[in-house]
Write a protein that binds this ligand. Structure first.
Ligand code: ADP
Ligand code: 5GP
Length: 187
């Protein structure tokens, strides 16, 4: 079995975090990369678990030290994948990067073996409801996130796999099939 980097992308609120948590719970060949961000923690988020929460100054100094495999700015905040964490984990496990489309395409350019998976909503109404149901963004922040959706969905053709997150359990099973088949590929 080979260790693979899986970049999982999709619009905010589509269910990436929920699905990744389920995958990690059931498969110890997987580990999720913990990104760094300058955004404030949401209720319940812990430093080092969902993200490493950094100040803007700290983030910029880490960019200068070439500490990120890739980084990008979304909604006024920086987000980046720590290079050393991914390289270390990849020795023993497959690594999931939960990152946006620009970050995922950059990661693929740097590491061509990266498998790109996009999670899409069954429709836009469901996406709006999920984002609102999560209750972690203001209405203005939700509108900003919804404005980016069309661009993200247009990138589907650049992805290796697209999974419609309609029923959560079916989506989880589909992702498990994809992961197994990629881990078992001869290269
Ligand atoms: P993301 O990480 O993509 O921003 P989340 O995992 O936080 O999205 O999911 C957003 C909201 O949608 C959460 O409240 C989650 O419980 C809900 N959700 C996720 N997947 C589904 C699904 N298949 N059906 C209904 N609700 C879902
Ligand atoms: P959120 O604030 O909802 O956690 O994430 C906002 C966006 O940032 C999402 O599209 C998420 O995929 C993206 N993101 C999270 N971590 C990273 C990262 O390390 N790099 C990049 N490029 N995007 C990220």
């Amino acid at each position: 079995m080979r260790n693979v980097v899986f970049a999982i992308s999709g619009p905010s609120g589509v269910g990436k975090g929920t699905l990744v948590k389920l995958l990690l719970k059931e498969d110890d060949s997987l580990v999720s990369s913990v990104s760094c961000t300058t955004r404030a923690p949401r209720k319940g988020e812990k430093n080092g678990k969902e993200y490493f929460f950094l100040s803007r100054e700290e983030f910029i100094s880490r960019i200068q030290e070439n500490d990120f495999l890739e980084y990008d700015e979304h909604f006024g905040n920086y987000y980046g994948t720590p290079r050393s964490f991914v390289e270390r984990q990849l020795k023993n496990k497959s690594v999931i990067l939960e990152i946006d489309v620009v970050g995922a395409l950059n990661a693929k350019r740097l590491m061509p073996q990266t498998v790109l998976i996009m999670i899409v909503p069954p429709d836009l109404k469901a996406l709006q409801q999920r984002l609102a149901g999560r209750g972690s963004e203001s209405e203005a922040q939700r509108e900003e996130r919804m404005r980016r959706v069309r661009y993200e969905l247009e990138q589907q053709s650049k992805y290796d796999y697209v999974v419609v997150n309609d029923d959560l359990q079916s989506s989880k099973r589909r992702l498990q099939e994809i992961i197994k088949s990629e881990q078992n590929k001869e290269c």
